[in-house]
Design a protein around this ligand. Structure first.
Ligand code: GLC
Length: 525
């Protein structure tokens, strides 16, 4: 990738997020695994990516599909164990693809040996001090210690039964009850994380996506939330559950370990929208990069999109860090559906991919994005996301964006698995979206992604993280970046294109002009 001399490999890199359960299943159990990823590395090489981000593959009861880690220094047999990861690292490296992993420091699984020890010992024990246990309020301690809610719905506290059989203390879990939050005031938390970091880095991993990187530290006294009715999976900037200042010391600790492995990168999941606060995570002795979710939140609207880009650039620039861009991941509705579904949603998703890939910084594509997959409306009985149960069946959760990838053939499971009983059912209508089908069609979304990823590599020359805005029309977004002009038409009439060498567009031009819901790249040098 072209970038400023001396910039690290990740500065303008293309990361491809593999949701391991849903990428490819090598052993016919209906769930994707790491040998499945190794078997499809050609697909990723041909796309032209620099790195893979693997969602968690550590040992887990899978209450939150791997974000509930029972042993942070081993790979779950479901995904093929450590040997399968070693194979993937070797085979990816042989193709110049780096491997980054998810790291989950905010909580463990309730099956983790630490939590089991906490349950087996009395209040106040050393084992209890590794988590956040409190006595309940009310005469019999039957009221949770504060009003915090779980991000997945319901209270953020669960009451345990003490070893002597009496109703006992409560423990904090910002997510599922099977994901108890670690007490980061206890030095053992960092000592153990350091072991985990070194374990994976010594095995050849090239970095980490850090889960809930704005969590971990909790405010003293655990004050009540002002707004416990907050909509699920959305976060306020003044929410006491997150973004407590103490978190920065933890990131400095992580960075001091990473500095022993200069090839490796950390990218924090940071749901913080005040630019000054966001930038704090990217100070030179903290994370290398932070996920900025503004583009995910932006509507398909010229003003919204421009504001999202300006803010994300400003936030990264405050810390002199590389900006990051993403349109989707395993937690949000797929962009084709967000932008209106059907032909319109797909056209807009393709246009937005060109907007994103024209920007300076690191890109995060989510598996299936290159196929133009939409979200899937799944029937109640197959839903697996803990959000569905915890919300009392009012929120369907995130399964709809996690349906397995269609590779080949005319019927489910489309070469994803040899087993028709895939962990989430695949829609028959995806016959037209398989990798195989799209490879045979020069106008497919896959062909389009290959073209734009190649053009980004060849024609953009990023020397800094600035873009220059052009005002063409109120319903257009236009900016110069890396020597290329990107124009997006969010309006309902065709848009005349400025002069220059036309590189490509996300939809055919109409009478030489840019069609509604499409974007174009024009070289200016
Ligand atoms: C992050 C992950 C999400 C997970 C949660 C709890 O937000 O992206 O998938 O459920 O953390 O670990």
């Amino acid at each position: 990738m072209t970038h400023a001399a001396g910039a690290p490999w990740w500065a303008n890199a293309i990361f491809y997020q593999v949701y391991p359960r849903s990428f490819a299943d090598s052993n016919g159990d209906g769930v994707g695994d790491l040998d499945g990823v190794s078997a499809h590395l050609d697909h990723l090489s041909q796309l032209g990516i620099d790195a893979i981000w693997l969602n968690p593959v550590m040992v887990s009861p899978m209450a939150d599909h791997g974000y509930d880690v029972a042993d942070p220094r081993d790979v779950d047999p479901l995904f093929g164990g450590l040997v399968a990861l070693d194979r993937l690292i070797a085979e990816a490296h042989a193709r110049d693809i780096r491997i980054t992993m998810d790291l989950v420091p905010n909580h463990t699984s309730s099956a983790h040996a630490w939590f089991q020890a906490a349950l087996a010992t009395a209040p106040g024990s050393a084992a209890r001090q590794r988590y956040i246990f409190r006595d309940g309020l009310g005469p019999d301690g039957e009221i949770p210690p504060n009003n915090w809610v779980s991000v997945f719905g319901g209270p953020a506290w669960t009451r345990i039964t003490e070893p002597d059989g009496t109703p006992g203390q409560w423990y904090l879990h910002l997510f599922d009850a099977e994901q108890p939050d670690i007490n980061w005031d206890n030095p053992e938390a960092f000592e153990d994380l350091e072991k985990t970091l070194r374990f994976w880095l010594d095995r050849g991993v090239d970095g980490f996506r850090i889960d809930v990187a704005h969590g971990m530290a909790k405010p003293p006294g655990l004050p009540d939330m002002a707004n416990p009715d907050i909509e699920m999976l959305t976060l306020d900037d003044d929410d006491p559950r997150f973004n407590h200042d103490g978190v920065h010391a933890i990131h400095r600790g992580i960075r001091s370990v990473l500095d022993d492995y200069p090839h490796a990168v950390t990218i924090g999941e940071i749901w913080v929208f005040e630019n000054e606060d966001f930038a704090k995570y990217l100070r030179p002795d903290e994370l290398h990069m932070g996920f900025n979710f503004r583009l995910v939140r932006a509507e398909f609207d010229a003003t919204d999109i421009r504001e999202a880009i300006e803010n994300a650039l400003a936030a990264a620039s405050l810390a002199d860090a590389s900006p990051t861009w993403t349109l989707s991941n395993h937690d949000v509705e797929r962009e084709v559906t967000r932008y209106g579904d059907g032909a319109t949603g797909l056209a807009r998703a393709r246009a937005m991919a060109m907007v994103m890939l024209a920007l300076p910084g690191a890109m995060f594509l989510y598996n299936g994005e290159e196929l133009g997959l939409p979200n899937v409306d799944l029937p109640d009985e197959v839903l697996q996301d803990p959000v569905w149960e915890r919300s009392g069946h009012t929120e369907r959760g995130r399964d709809g964006c996690r349906v397995p990838m269609p590779w080949t053939g005319d019927a489910p499971p489309f070469g994803f698995s040899s087993n028709p009983d895939t962990w989430l059912p695949m829609p028959a209508a995806w016959a037209s979206l398989t990798v195989e089908r799209q490879l045979a069609d020069p106008d497919s979304t896959l062909a389009f992604f290959r073209t734009i990823l190649q053009l980004r590599r060849r024609r953009f020359h990023f020397t800094d993280y600035d873009v220059e805005w052009l005002q063409l029309r109120d319903d257009a977004v236009a900016f110069l970046s890396g020597g290329v002009l990107c124009v997006l038409n969010t309006g309902s009439t065709a848009l005349p294109l400025p002069p220059g060498e036309f590189l490509t567009a996300s939809a055919p031009l109409v009478g030489g002009e840019l069609a509604p819901d499409s974007a174009a790249w024009i070289a200016t040098d």
